[in-house]
Design a protein around this ligand. Sequence first.
Ligand SMILES: [Zn+2]
Length: 369
Amino acid sequence: MKFTGLKNKVSKLTPAEKKELMTFLKNSFSVFDDYATVNQCPFCQSKKFIKHDNRNNVVRYLCKDCHKTFTYKTNTILSGIYAKNLHKWNAFVEDFMSLNIAPLDEICNKLDISKQTAFNWRHKLIASLDTKGNTKFSNESIEFDETYFLISRKGRQDSNHGYKKLRYWRKSQVGDSKYNVKVFFTYGRDSKQLELTQSHMGRTSANDLKNYFTANKFDGIRILSDSHPTYKSFFKNNGFDFDTFTGKYHIKSTDRTVHNQTVNAYVRNFKDFVNKHLHGVSTKYLTSYAKWFEFVCQAKAIVKQELQSADKIVRFNITENICENVVSDRIGLELFRQAEYSFIRFLTNNNRSNFGNCKNHYYSGKIAC
Ligand SMILES: [Zn+2]
């Protein structure tokens, strides 16, 4: 055994020394270490690079074409994680991979980090999953539905306006308010894929559906949805194969395969996740949470499927999956930084220069979820 001598020495240490050693080990290891292979320069994509130096156990490379130096962390969400925080970051990622989102307060207490740090880490991890959104549905029946969340600037610091005023405004937004942000849900019955897309604000129009049902996402599908007049006329006018049921009955009486029950359960879970578990989320992070929810559902479904298979070995490795995404991702960090701009763009695209006399409706809380 390679470590026999070392293990003997360790066993003779005092408890205090063992503790010190444990901290040392924790701080020199990251779950991402196994994924630290570099294939190309992150700046110019050149494959011509050499080893430059080795700092804090991380190899730095030098690109022979653009002469910049980089590590496997450069331009990924890992770039801002310092060695002194590494063991906290590891514990944080572990919690993230458990597929449960613990409330931020709980994580902060456990890891002794600030709420802002916990918040940034969470959103960086979510953003790097967000960029893998190339779901495609082909030759299958899909269940389609939508849900909405009233626009929210949770976490925005603005002490000029009161919480009471905001609450009053939020209560006045009943029915299909033009400040409702719509999220489309699609579930493929054969592929068992789930897809969530933050689409638009206000009432759903034929144009919103046209932007969503694009050829590069859907091919040879049969759409099952409730008999919303806008849906029906859009599907009919655009030659989609579709079948509908009356919303209040949840199922078509003449053909009981026509229903939305699977996607509906996901819609309810997502609403509970956002409204009850997270106590609402700021609209600028809604897309991120939608992608996170999608990822978690997908991962749970795969784990469940693998558990049921004959050999009882779970081949889907969530750690592997997240790590590969994170180290290969060059967009997540930028997405994270641009969240506020994306939100403003979303408002402009929907012809809302504010959100309902918005200056009065900033919630003066602290950190958003
Ligand atoms: Zn280069």
